[in-house]
Design a protein around this ligand. Structure first.
Ligand code: NAD
Ligand code: UFG
Length: 342
């Protein structure tokens, strides 16, 4: 059993990872400022696990507050750093907000673990670092392309900061996980994604449309060079993604890592088009979705999906849940939200 600090642990991916950590009998401290999550998430976690994680409300971009956090939690074995702002469009309009939040938080976390002698760190990166890839599927050595948003740039800069910090400080062992498109929710429907306002992402937009909150889904582009003309992504069930964090943590704690900075793609390895996602959703929900094909969304790429063989080989991890499991769990979560809100 280890004691793990989970920053951003009341958020979407963080909360699902906290559940898996608690199920494996780890002790968890969540640090979150609740800027994009609700304290009620702790109730959902407790209902699933029968245990409630410790919670500290803190802005990790505030260096003094972060120093206090690390000095009051000296006995941590590892940190999983999810906390970040993630809205691509907002980052274009408010770049400094994103650089300040995402980069300052990361620096404060690295300084905290260095000062307290905590050796293990897992960082949430994104497939956005690959930009528009020349070849598919993308491997970890596919070149990083210049970012097309400040949000994407924070992930690239963060990876550079981590790689450089690890190269001068061999006491830190870090794994960056490049997530592809996380979707779905815990099977209990007690935790899930809580988008603020109108969702930008495909699956929450689909479930909100089916639930009657949105009139119609716009399918952005049907003239891409893909089998059915709509955009292709590597959707990964958030519970599979949570398990990838467990595998990365095990690798670090067992000191099985080959170098003190490793990077892994975390996807399923399968690309699915927007139309395939809609068809899966209609099949599992029995709801006929209102949608319309419209022009491409600016900044979107045609297709991206992962080569996951490195994670399979080194982490011993592979995604297990298919697209229907993703869309059905997302729908169950949306229905549970609506029943709570009446
Ligand atoms: P989320 O917004 O649900 O969770 C992030 C959490 O961090 C929230 O609870 C928020 O309140 C908290 N937070 C943000 N800034 C903070 C700060 N300064 N101090 C303390 N807490 C702060 O997002 P998510 O989808 O769970 O994403 C988790 C991580 O994964 C992020 O780093 C995100 O960039 C990355 N990621 C997400 C996706 C995706 O599609 N969801 C894809 C790739 C990478
Ligand atoms: N899409 C629609 N209609 C919508 C929303 C999305 O047709 O209303 C399409 C998009 O055009 C794309 C696919 O559904 O083809 C997936 O779009 P998402 O917005 O769900 O996801 P993205 O792949 O665009 O974005 C994700 C993450 C970002 C990250 C980006 C880059 O959400 O954080 O990948 O890799 F920056």
């Amino acid at each position: 059993m280890a004691k793990i600090l989970v920053t951003g642990g009341t958020g979407y991916i963080g909360s699902h990872t906290v559940v898996e950590l608690l199920k494996s009998n780890h002790e968890v401290v969540i640090a979150d400022n609740l800027i994009n999550s609700s304290i009620d998430v702790l109730d959902g976690i407790e209902k699933i696990c029968g245990k409630r994680p410790d919670f500290v409300k803190i802005d990790l971009a505030d260096s003094k507050a972060a120093r206090d956090l690390f000095s009051t939690h000296k006995d941590l074995d590892a940190v999983i750093h999810f906390a970040a702002l993630k809205a691509v469009g907002e980052s274009v309009n408010h770049p400094l907000k994103y650089y300040r939040n995402n980069i300052f938080s990361l620096i404060n976390v690295i300084e905290g673990i260095t000062k307290q002698g905590i050796s293990h760190l897992i960082f949430s990166s994104s497939c956005t670092v690959y930009g528009l890839p020349d070849r598919l599927p993308v491997t970890e050595s596919t070149p990083v392309k210049s970012a097309n948003s400040p949000y994407g740039n924070t992930k690239q800069i963060a990876e550079e900061i981590l790689s450089e910090s690890c190269s001068v400080n061999k006491n830190i062992n870090c794994i960056s996980l490049r997530y592809f498109n996380p979707v779905g929710a815990h099977e209990s429907a007690l935790i899930g994604e809580l988008p603020l306002g109108v969702p930008n992402n495909l699956l929450p937009f689909i479930t909100q449309t089916a639930a009657g909150l949105r009139e119609q889904l716009s399918v952005f582009g049907d003239d891409y060079d893909t089998p059915d003309g709509t955009g292709v992504r590597d959707y990964i069930h958030v519970v599979d993604l949570a398990h990838a964090h467990m595998a990365a943590l095990d690798r670090l704690i067992a000191q099985n890592n080959d170098t003190n900075y490793e990077v892994y793609n975390v996807g399923t390895g399968n690309g699915h088009s927007v139309m395939e996602v809609i068809q899966s959703f209609e099949k599992v929900s029995g709801v006929e979705l209102s949608y319309k094909k419209v022009a491409r969304r600016e900044g979107d790429i045609a297709a991206i999906y992962a080569d996951t063989s490195f994670a399979e080989q080194k982490l011993g991890w592979k995604a297990k849940l298919n697209l229907d499991a993703m869309t059905s769990s997302a729908w169950k979560w949306e229905q549970s939200l609506r029943s709570k809100k009446g």
